[in-house]
Design a protein around this ligand. Sequence first.
Ligand code: 4AD
Ligand code: MG
Length: 466
Amino acid sequence: MKLLLIKEVYENNLFVNQTIKIFGWVRNRRHSKAGISFIDIYDGSCINTIQVLIRKNILNYDTEVLKLSIGCSICVIGKLIYSLGKKQRYEIQVKKINVFGWVDQPEYYPISSKKCTNKYLRKIPHLKSRTNLISVITRLRNEIFYAMHDYLRQNNYFWVSTPIITSLNAEGAGAMFRVSTLNFHHLPINESGKVNFQEDFFGKESFLTVSGQLTAESYACSMKKVYTFGPIFRAENSNTTRHLSEFWMLEIEESFTDLNDIILISENLIKHIIRHVLDHCVPDINFLYQKIDLSIFQRLEKFILNKITQIEYFEAIEILQRSKDKFLYDIQKGDDLSSDHEKYLVNHHFRSPIFIKNYPKNLKSFYMRMNKDKETVSAMDLLLPNIGEVIGGSQREERISVLKKRILELQLNIKDYDWYLDLRRYGTVPHSGFGLGFERLLSYITGIKNVKDLIPFPRTVNNLLC
Ligand code: 4AD
Ligand code: MG
């Protein structure tokens, strides 16, 4: 007897007429008066359920089978046959069924199809993966993660684990979460009346990282092609559909490259990921096609076929100024693009993804390479329709004098960045990199608008469940 995942049953016809064993949970059940029960089982391995047919001559039919409700966990053993019914390809004629777990008060089971809006599911993150939608997202998240590593490995990048706890703000700005073992009810105070962080765990102030870039750069300066993928923490008070306080970021860093090289690398990477999804995840994408986005297949195919348009920051401003649409904020040269502006460009003007390049230095971080005009830096953002910025990257400033000047101009504590300056002191090298927001990429691919639905346990302002 073969123990199978439902996915394996559907992958080929190898097991038809054989006795198989399946573990899973009840999605639906029907009991006919003639003493036959039909139960649909899911096990998370794929979008399909498998129908099992149980006759009343089974030993525990009256005592257990008739009492099964949605969510009960079971094991069935039986013969796999082609189903006579039109709705499903296979069914299992059950010889034996075991119940592992009953559902308390089935009438109040939190996962009923009527209740399950995305907003409702956000309140029960520990149960939400029992729904079709979240199981689809979970499988896609897994495949996209795999495709990403696959692309990078094929292209000779090394995965480097950069630290999560840090003393440095890698972006030079933005709010960070503090890491501390100090007793908040009895804080040690120093001679100047301030908290004495020398008594804290690391002997200095420490935080959760906002980016692994600077430490990834240190490895790129010897290993040439590296990447890091991990959780990123930002304590910004942005309660939008595209911000999380804890999200996942892929950061690639490569020596001997410039801005144009990394634009190309990021474009190829996303195309590889989307190709993988279209080749390997059709049943899940098909579910999204039916429930979320009728244009999903066409949209993803188009992404792979077309070269992404590149525009200068100043061109973007001119387009926005010429637009007849009214934005919440009018935009001037030197201003940052709001999400309104980004959406106008990708949803209405270009109607496709775009790279925006060469931003004014004041809008970007200290480490970005100064252009010849001394006003703009060699930076790029990739904007995708509906979600906006998904990638931010740049060529890094490899000239120590220019980098020091920027650090001082921005009034950052230059001592903190001394180790980073070493990378420029000892065999400095032109290098570039970018960071890709994993949940935002998922949002683009799936068509699901809110990034909170694309991470298992979202953390946002005033929201920390489980
Ligand atoms: O543009 P960001 O801030 O760039 C960096 O952190 C660089 N150090 C990356 C690098 O060059 N290695 O962030 C990169 C991407 C954004 O484009 C966005 O997709 C995502 O991270 N991101 C967020 N995603 C979800 N919630 C948030 N609060 C995010 N902040 C940024
Ligand atoms: Mg950015």
